[in-house]
Design a protein around this ligand. Sequence first.
Ligand SMILES: Cc1cc2nc3c(=O)[nH]c(=O)nc-3n(C[C@H](O)[C@H](O)[C@H](O)COP(=O)(O)OP(=O)(O)OC[C@H]3O[C@@H](n4cnc5c(N)ncnc54)[C@H](O)[C@@H]3O)c2cc1C
Length: 617
Amino acid sequence: MAQQIADRRDVDFVLYEQFDAESLTQHERYRDMNRKMFDMVVSEARNFSIKEILPLNEEGDRVGLAFENNQVRVPESFHRAYRLLCEGEWIAMTEDPEIGGQGLPHLIAQAAAEYIVGADFSFGAHGFATHGAAKMIEVFGTGKQKEMFLSNMYSGRWGGTMVLTEAEAGSDVGNLSTTATRNPDGTYNITGNKIFITNGEHDLTENIIHPVLARIEGATAGTKGISLFIVPKIWVNEDGSLGEPNDVVCTGIEEKLGLHASPTCQLAFGGKGNCRGLLLGEENKGMRVMFHMMNEARLGVGALGLFNASCAYLYAVNYAKERLQGRDLSEMMNKDAPQIPIIRHPDVRRMLMWMKVHAEGMRSFVYYVAHLFDRTECAGDEEERTRLQDLVDLLTPVIKSYCTDRGFECTVQAIQCYGGYGYTRDYPVERLMRDSKINSIYEGTNGIQAMDLLGRKLGMKKGAVFMDLLGEMQKTVSAARQAPGLEGSAEKMENAVNQLGNLAMHIGKTASSENFRVAFAHSMPFMDVVGDTIMAWMLLWRAAVAAPKLEKAVGRAEGEARAEKIRKNKNAAFYEGQLQSAAYFIESLLPLTLGRIQSIQADCRAVVDIPEVSFGG
Ligand SMILES: Cc1cc2nc3c(=O)[nH]c(=O)nc-3n(C[C@H](O)[C@H](O)[C@H](O)COP(=O)(O)OP(=O)(O)OC[C@H]3O[C@@H](n4cnc5c(N)ncnc54)[C@H](O)[C@@H]3O)c2cc1C
């Protein structure tokens, strides 16, 4: 079976029919661009993905990495694809052309990233992390640092990482023990051991630039005493040329469940007392700088949840159309009845539908946030810019946590659709499941994201940002009321939005009362409710766009005549799929979310009250 990646029809629907990407060209920033150009970018990304990146999965997963003499070798096939990634300028899609970028809108770059990063994250992580590290230097670096690093990183000639984690400092970054001491020449000496560093060592690039969190000797404990340093694997002279190797040694790589071609490295900085770094930003303000990269990475990892879900769904739906097994329900007793493709069994359709609605809902959600970045850049006044940026901040933990959890669950459902074959290495869905599990763990575990949503984001501007989000949902409810046949769904959605508002007030109050532990014991269920409601919102929005177009395509035809028209018209079939997705989510899944709202409001104390000894173990 052909390797699967994002459905182009759905990508185009979200870009042009849901979010009207073409209208971006009316803004000064994108004045010289047009639809044709956007289409070309997405098509090139898709072709590159299908021809060069998807095929890497096989060797990457089965052969993986080689580690010898403190050096990591990536699979041979990665080298050609990486060269093409750099030549295609895919690393800095949204950056200004003057600094080596393509100057594209975030919305279009998101679609391209779905093809390039989503095809194989062992490979995609190279561009992903390098971009994040370079962006930090672009935003917080000195003029000299930008000159020294930016073009070589955005072009992909040098790789980038993010270096936070230590054995005793995982979720609790503030507990790190890596130290920095000032040198007379303005550089800093870095000493410490880091673990789990993605792409900390490899042979794809001539240099690797590590942004390293460390504490300057004498600085206060906790996150407030942390600074950030640019630590090149090979020292970079002020004129940008390469100097001596720096004292950074890869002492080992992890053996992992998935992402077998992605080096997860243990790095020793300053083992010989000779590791130099440059301060990025101000002393003791490193976390503020690093959060820039972490937020970008959280959105990027959340998007991976969508990418995994989308691939898993497409594999499952194609398999289900081909695999013959069992007879039609109406022919159960007829031994002579022919076997049917499993897609005709209602329970298989249920699984496919579950994957379909989540893949589509997440695509709209992830692209919506990308579009918020564009709208922020194009906004006419400061107040609107702040409002849109606040929405991005509020939604970042939701994208990270909800999408990665649902993405993983979609890969599990895909295995279930395949039956026993799905559990074998003969089919790609078991690899997808293994590769996608990490997404809920790194870039801040999903548990920590849920705490962030409840503890920080919900209360932003005294709850006004959350209320603004609910207001955005209401706009879709109003639009859906005007669309043919969506009155009932709009009403149910409105009820869910109101209930979410009540829940937010309830759990917000509990979180700031003496019962705060009870609230935080429900932070993940609250995250699920927020994410589910966003799915319903996005799917209703899609349906409101699709309904009039479908009506136009099939006219007043009913029954078999209507079905026939839908079978014969690809666009009509797509729009009908949108109506069915919204109906399924709102009728079948949203009531479960409403039940979850009730369960959170019941403030069950068991999780908090159970004595540790009663856990057994
Ligand atoms: C493949 C891979 C790649 C990685 N890449 C990088 C990288 O490039 N750079 C980097 O710096 N790190 C990287 N990491 C590290 C990753 O970010 C950490 O593993 C993650 O932050 C969790 O830290 P930990 O493993 O120490 O788990 P812990 O922090 O020990 O967490 C264990 C469990 O306890 C929960 N928990 C911990 N503290 C709290 C709390 N205060 N409240 C509620 N629950 C809590 C967590 O949610 C989790 O469920 C990578 C890890 C892996 C496996």
